[in-house]
Each structure stands twice: as structure tokens, then as C-alpha cells.
Ligand binder design. Structure first.
Ligand code: PEP
Ligand code: MN
Length: 488
């Protein structure tokens, strides 16, 4: 694909000073980054399309469609990430393992926003720093798989790779380029709805009115008291808010300040795994910064993107693609990551040593954190890079039940968080937040929690397309535990 078409499509520049901005078409060289330079590198978990003509048509269409997020927003997200890296904000990054086209509904999207808001309020009360929310949302439609094929009744089929690639139905496993265009429109409709929910009143309503978990049902006495405190403080805040809105009452401005600080950033930042590089390339918009004269390249499909544990090879296509972007970028870190390899990765992704340029998302497993996290932190501290460190307590703790259901246990999830907090604290390194697979819906995918869910109950509302998510109730319980732990 020629990059020219994509460059031309960016004439309508993104920074809000549209008239004064010009796009630059620079010739790529061996060492220069370019939106296409990943193509000369090995690409793991690649998606191979049988019909290249149809793929070209779909990508070209996407490259001409409007940006889903603006350069100005990405710049503001960068500032949040820098704050997080310095320990001045706590990140709550979460959502579905894989979004589904048929779950692109008002109910599901508002449930996702609501659970993240509720959790951030609870965490804020313990962490006492603003909580920045990032959704695995509005584009989380492509999955890496440990097994790229599956055998059913003696016949081999390509694995399901997410709704932007193929279908769950065995007859629909061929990658279909039209699904890329459909993913764009589903992302666009999701982000549009999120924006409509982002007014202050909506935020408060969503966060407060429906804080509908049953505090009395929590088994631990301390947590039950804490949950009641959260309820009543939130209720007080809502009453004050309502009365100040009616009377213009200045007395409640402290509460309002408190609330808006808890809410951190202006909106939910969106994110997804940048797996399908052709799609990400078609989303790149290049903008000339009128002040510095530099050309910035934005992946306009999300505020933040990350690469997974299976695609983070130092010399691979995914790292090459991400390194040239202005967006905050992330990398999943599993137990095989070596300290010197991590520093080499940071040197590549963060050559200018910018706070929060890179997010390191550790997913080591509850039994491995104590052994593997300290040497990684040590090496990064010595390197001078200041990434945002997030703990993903989900992906290192997967298990399969004797009947073949993929699950995770609540105790392992909280266990990995607790151990990670202890390690970071002991090394005077800020743990910048959490990366979680969760849903605001009442699913039965992870075991344990405040009303313990047993393996035999997993079948009743097991809905995920890929990995098991914490339910709304488990998520709130986790937020209470984390809040208490961060309080010290
Ligand atoms: C994921 O986040 O859904 C995922 C596949 O994670 P990881 O790359 O860490 O395995
Ligand atoms: Mn997952």
C-alpha cells in the first residue's frame, strides 16, 4: 500500500488549527520510521487475507474516514500518562477481553463506563490521587491466540480472532476485510455514545445513582464497613451536588472539586491491542506541528494502543509500528521478559526519555511476581526511563476447569495486585494502576469474589468471546480491596 493516499487523507489536520497545518510526504529511508516501515519486519500473529484486492479496498476506505479520536485528545492523554508515571495519578484501565459487534449496545457501553466510574471513585478514596480511566473499548476487536487453529470433529479450522477478523461460527473463520470496515463503524458508534455520556451530570448519575451493589452481602466485616462508607460519601456528594446545582451554593464547591479530581481526566480514554497492523496503519494521520515544525504521527483509532505478550519482539513489526507514534503506547510483560531486553525495548520506544511515553503492563501470575518483578523494576530504574507501570492481574492467572471452561479466580487476581503493590512500594517505584478484564454486566466467568462463585456456577452467564472477565460485583469488590490496600 502506498502511504501517499493516507498522507493525502490527512489534509484535514487534527490539531484544531486546521487551516495552518500542512501534511508532509517524506520518503522513507532504511532507518527512518514510517507508517509502513513495520512491513519489512517479521509480524507474529499476522492475519493472512486470501483476497488482497478486497483488503486494499477496505483499508483505503478506512484511511479516508474521519479520525475516531483527535490529536488534541491524544496530546491530553499523553499528559495524563506522564502524571501516572510520576505517581501523580492512578490508572484504571479495563474492559472486555474482546468486544463483540452484537454487544455494541447502549446497555453494554454504559455498563462499562459506569463500572469504571464507580471503581475509580472507590479507588480514589484510598489512593487519594486522581484516577484516570482508560477503556478496552471502541476498537478492541482483534485477538492474538496461543493456538492459531482448532480441531473440531477431526477437521481443522482457523481460530476465532475477534469480530474485526472472522466469526465465531466455524463456517465463518476465513479473515474477511469487510469486517475491518464494520469494526471502524462499531468503534465509531461506541465512541459517539461514550462522548454523549461524558457530560458532568451524566458522569455523576452513572457513578452514583447506580452504585447498586449490596454492601450487606460482603463477607468481610472491614470491607462491609468500607462499602457502607463509600455509599454514604457518594450519596452525600450527590445531595450536595444536587443542592448546589439548584441554589448555586458555593459551600459545596469543595465536594465538587473532590469529585472532579476523582474523575481525573475529561473523558474515558479509549484503547485496544494494536494487533492487526494493516488496520492500524490505515488509521495513522500525520500532522505538522506549527510550533516545532515536527511531523507527528497519530494512530487516530484510539487514544492509547498496546502490543501483547505474543507480539512484543524487539525486532518485530508491532514494536516497529508503535515506536513512531505520538500516542501513549503500551507493552504487555510476561515472565519470560528479561531485564536487559526490557531496557532495550524502552530505548527503542522511548529514545527521548519522556515520562509515561511507554506503559509497561506486567502480567506475571500471582506465584511469579515476587521473583520476576523486582529485577525488571531494578533495570528500568537504572536505565533512566520513567514508564507507567500497570499491573494486569488477569492474564498470568488463567486456568481451565476439569470440564474445559476457561476461568480465573478472584483470590489470584487480588493476590497478584497485592504482591505487585508490595514490590513497587518496597522499591520506591510508583505502581501507576491496574489493567483489568471486567464488565459492568453480571456475568459468571471468574470464580470467587464477595459472594463466592464456584466452578459449578460458571455456566449460568458465561458470555465472553475470549478470556473470562470480572463481573460488576467482583469488580466493585476488587476496587474496595485495592482502595483499602492503597490507603496503607
Ligand atoms: C489480552 O490483553 O487480552 C491479552 C491477550 O493479553 P496478553 O498479550 O498479555 O496475553
Ligand atoms: Mn484477554
Amino acid at each position: 500500500l502506498g502511504h501517499m493516499a493516507f498522507e493525502l487523507s490527512t489534509k484535514k489536520a487534527l490539531l484544531g488549527q486546521q487551516q495552518s497545518l500542512k501534511t508532509q510526504a517524506t520518503a522513507p529511508t532504511e532507518t527512518d520510521w514510517h507508517p509502513t516501515s513495520w512491513r519489512s519486519k517479521p509480524v507474529t500473529q499476522d492475519i493472512v487475507y486470501p483476497d488482497q484486492g478486497a483488503l486494499f479496498k477496505a483499508l483505503s476506505k478506512i484511511s479516508h474516514l474521519p479520525s475516531l479520536v483527535s490529536a488534541g485528545e491524544i496530546e491530553r492523554a499523553r499528559e495524563d500518562y506522564a502524571r501516572g508515571a510520576r505517581g501523580e495519578a492512578f490508572f484504571l484501565h479495563g474492559g472486555d477481553c474482546a468486544e463483540a459487534f452484537n454487544e455494541c449496545t447502549e446497555d453494554h457501553i454504559s455498563a462499562q463506563l459506569r463500572i469504571l466510574l464507580q471503581m475509580s471513585f472507590i479507588i480514589f478514596m484510598g489512593a487519594k490521587t486522581p484516577v484516570v480511566r482508560v477503556g478496552r473499548i471502541a476498537g478492541q476487536y482483534a485477538k492474538p491466540r496461543s493456538k492459531l487453529a482448532e480441531v473440531v470433529d477431526g477437521k481443522e479450522y482457523p481460530s476465532f480472532r475477534g469480530d474485526s477478523v472472522n466469526g465465531m461460527d466455524l463456517t465463518d473463520r476465513q479473515p474477511d476485510p469487510d469486517r475491518l470496515v464494520s469494526a471502524y463503524f462499531h468503534s465509531s458508534t461506541t465512541i459517539n455514545y461514550l462522548r454523549s455520556l461524558s457530560t458532568e451530570q451524566q458522569l455523576l448519575d452513572a457513578a452514583i445513582k447506580e452504585l447498586n451493589f449490596d454492601a450487606d452481602s460482603i463477607d468481610s466485616e472491614i470491607l462491609r464497613v468500607k462499602a457502607h462508607q463509600v455509599h454514604s460519601r457518594i450519596e452525600d456528594a450527590l445531595l450536595l451536588y444536587a443542592s448546589s446545582a439548584r441554589n448555586g451554593d458555593k459551600a459545596s464547591s469543595r465536594t465538587l472539586d473532590h469529585l472532579s479530581r476523582a474523575m481525573g481526566s475529561e473523558m474515558l480514554w479509549t484503547s485496544h491491542e494494536a494487533l492487526n497492523l494493516s488496520l492500524e496503519e490505515a488509521s495513522v494521520r500525520s500532522v505538522l506541528d506549527p510550533v516545532t515544525g515536527a511531523t507527528h504521527h497519530y494512530d487516530s483509532s484510539a487514544h492509547m494502543i498496546w502490543t501483547g505478550e505474543r507480539t512484543r519482539q524487539l525486532e518485530g513489526g508491532h514494536i516497529e509500528f508503535m515506536r513512531g507514534l505520538r500516542n501513549p503506547i503500551g507493552c504487555k510483560i510476561g515472565p519470560t521478559m528479561q531485564p536487559d531486553e526490557l531496557v532495550a525495548l524502552l530505548n527503542k520506544l522511548d529514545p527521548d526519555y519522556q515520562d509515561g511515553r511507554v506503559t509497561l503492563i506486567t502480567r506475571l501470575g500471582v506465584d511469579k511476581v515476587d521473583r520476576f518483578l523486582p529485577p525488571l523494576i531494578d533495570a528500568v530504574q537504572a536505565s533512566g526511563h520513567r514508564p507507567l507501570w500497570l499491573c494486569d492481574p488477569c492474564h498470568g492467572n488463567g486456568k481451565t476447569t476439569p470440564t474445559g471452561i476457561k476461568t480465573r479466580d478472584f483470590a489470584d487476581i487480588f493476590g497478584e495486585i497485592e504482591k505487585s503493590i508490595s514490590v513497587h512500594n518496597a522499591m520506591h517505584n510508583p505502581l501507576g494502576g491496574l489493567h483489568l478484564e471486567l464488565t459492568g454486566d453480571n456475568v459468571t466467568e471468574c470464580t470467587g469474589g464477595c459472594i463466592p462463585l464456584g466452578e459449578d456456577q460458571l455456566g449460568s452467564a458465561y458470555k465472553t468471546l475470549c478470556d473470562p472477565r470480572l463481573s460488576a460485583e467482583q469488580s466493585l469488590h476488587l476496587a474496595l480491596l485495592v482502595s483499602r490496600r492503597l490507603e496503607g
